[in-house]
Design a protein around this ligand. Structure first.
Ligand code: TEU
Length: 552
């Protein structure tokens, strides 16, 4: 809808603090590191930062296992550093969105430490417990458990506790109003510090039926089906409406993003329909869960996802547009082409898409440099609990480890987590110590310092596109129309607002490609291109070419 909001106009840049910049040589990125790069953030023109979790955590899942929601992780610094970071961002006109991880906590959180002590502990009902005398609890699948089992037996009280993610991430019991109030207070604590919003982590899983009925037979063994089931708890939207009433409505300038927003455009709308008073932006997974690589699922299917969602959202509600995050491989390695010849061109083409499609742009750190997958050969190189536990399971069950590792080269979350490449010095200037995760060896060429100097680099292209988006409201609020729908190589669409019409042509292939837009381009003007050389043939797009054209 054209109802104006700052968060619709913002380009949000995602910082994975562990990998952004290390200031003290321990090999782990930190808040002082981010502070030292605030001028860089300002220079690229972004409006807001979404910061992955920085709260106290034993780091079983890199901060997504929180042991204290009101303290800063030791590796990352202190609360004083945080206050300086927030101040420094605001001074530069950059807003700060924090991660809100409240489907689960760490098992080292005080609440859980208490909860597991005895069956009548004050905090017992902060989590889900299944007493062993009731028998084995009905099967629940787990994302990160070595045996894919979300119930863990705890001898101390002869009971099982629930963990959809790792054993160190017990699920909080949202049926308990005390839990909800604790969370709301904690949210106010951060909002009162002046932060500008939250990204709600995995919140679609928060509502559970405490009687834990047997899973429907047809979904057992099918993770994607089980995820849908988990995402559809009957009280989910009651909680979100309560959260809005108790907290969000009191901070009208803060924005909220629903990570994971159901399994259909209609389901996603429920999270952000303004009439329902829940959240602001839906961040659904269909466009990343579609498959391993563009060549597997194809552009026609990919275009259809964005078009279907836009159709549902054209009059109300709001979406995010993204191609990567810290749970995904690098965007250029999944949707583009990271070979020497096309890495830069295709990176720029993808950047063009996320800057011109309707929805708030969420842009992942390093993509402006055209960073690509690391493709580790050895399991020892991986730190991620997801990869390590799946590998362990296969090992114990004589699975095909070689095939697994080959697959991880394309899909592993670690591909997107390697340290940011600042310059051509040792460890890419990320740290003077030993980086927690190996640096991509292409850093000698692919790094901020080198790319700064080249006016045609991916970095400078990103800057240009951020400005282009800001200066053209049609790219933010304009109506979207897909053209040449069945074209397997080209994503072509128009955006229209108040008599202004802009055409976007994106060649997602390494071939020359024709496109049939049905639009007369006689009086048109190319306002942006990812090629330097002039066009020789107006009707054929060159490999990975991206054009933005003003019509009439
Ligand atoms: O991820 C939650 C989540 O649902 C994803 O695993 C999702 O299924 C997947 O990305 C779809 O492609 C969040 C965080 O982003 C992730 O880093 C954490 O490990 C996880 O929650 C647990 O907190």
């Amino acid at each position: 809808s054209t109802d104006k909001k700052w968060w619709k106009e913002a380009v949000v840049y995602q910082i994975y603090p562990r990998s952004f910049k290390d200031s003290d040589g321990d090999g782990v990125g930190d808040l002082k590191g981010i502070i030292s790069k605030l001028d860089y953030l300002r220079s690229i023109g972004i409006d807001a930062v979404w910061l992955n979790p920085i709260y106290e955590s034993p780091n079983d899942d890199n901060g997504y296992d929180i042991s204290n929601y009101r303290e800063i992780m030791k590796d990352f610094g202190t609360m004083q550093d945080f206050d300086l970071l927030l101040k420094g961002m605001h001074e530069r006109g950059i807003k700060l969105i924090m991660d809100l991880v409240v489907n689960h906590s760490s098992d080292e959180n005080y609440w859980f430490q208490e909860s597991r002590k005895s069956r009548d502990n004050k905090y017992r009902n902060y989590y889900y417990w299944w007493p062993a005398e009731k028998g084995t609890p009905p099967y629940r699948w787990s994302f990160f458990d070595v045996n894919s089992n979300a119930w863990k037996y705890d001898a101390q009280t002869d009971s099982y506790y629930l963990h959809y993610f790792s054993v160190k991430q017990p699920d909080l019991n949202w049926n308990n109003p005390e839990v909800r109030n604790e969370i709301y207070d904690m949210m106010k604590f951060w909002l009162d510090k002046g932060i500008d919003g939250f990204r709600l982590d995995a919140f679609q899983f928060a509502s559970k039926d405490p009687s834990f009925p047997e899973l429907p037979k047809e979904i057992v063994g099918k993770p994607l089906e089980i995820i849908k089931y988990y995402g559809n708890g009957s009280h989910l939207h009651d909680y979100l409406q309560e959260m809005n009433r108790e907290v969000l409505s009191k901070y009208p300038n803060a924005m909220t993003v629903a990570e994971g927003a159901g399994d259909s455009p209609k389901a996603a709308m429920k999270f952000v329909d303004p009439d329902r008073k829940e959240l602001n932006i839906a961040y659904h997974f269909e466009s990343v869960d579609i498959g391993k690589h563009l060549s597997d699922f194809g552009l026609v299917k990919y275009k259809d996802i964005f078009s279907r969602y836009d159709e549902t959202f054209k009059d109300k509600g709001w979406l995010s547009i993204f191609m990567a995050n810290h749970d995904q491989p690098r965007m250029v390695s999944k949707f583009g082409n990271d070979t020497e010849k096309y890495r830069e061109l295709s990176s720029k083409m993808l950047t063009t898409f996320v800057m011109t499609m309707r929805g708030t742009t969420f842009y992942y750190q390093g993509d402006e440099l055209g960073m690509s997958n690391i493709r580790f050969d050895n399991i020892e190189d991986y730190n991620d609990v997801d990869t390590r536990n799946k590998h362990q399971f296969l090992k114990e069950n004589n699975g095909d480890l070689k095939a697994f590792l080959e697959g991880q080269k394309q899909t592993s979350r670690e591909n997107g987590r390697t340290p940011i490449q600042w310059n051509a010095d040792a460890n890419a200037g990320f740290t003077v110590g030993k980086p927690w995760l190996k640096v991509n060896p292409n850093y000698t060429k692919v790094n901020v310092e080198t790319l700064e100097k080249d006016p045609n680099s991916t970095l400078n292209y990103f800057r240009k596109l951020v400005q282009l988006r800001k200066n053209n409201p049609v790219l933010i609020y304009g109506k979207y129309t897909l053209l040449d729908k069945e074209n397997p190589k080209v994503f072509a669409f128009t955006r229209e607002l108040e008599g202004k019409k802009t055409l976007v042509l994106l060649n997602f292939s390494a071939d020359n490609a024709t496109v049939n837009t049905g639009i007369n381009l006689n009086n048109s003007k190319i306002i942006s291109s990812n090629y330097q050389e002039m066009r020789s043939n107006k009707s054929i797009l060159r490999p990975y070419e991206a054009l933005i054209i003003e019509i009439n």
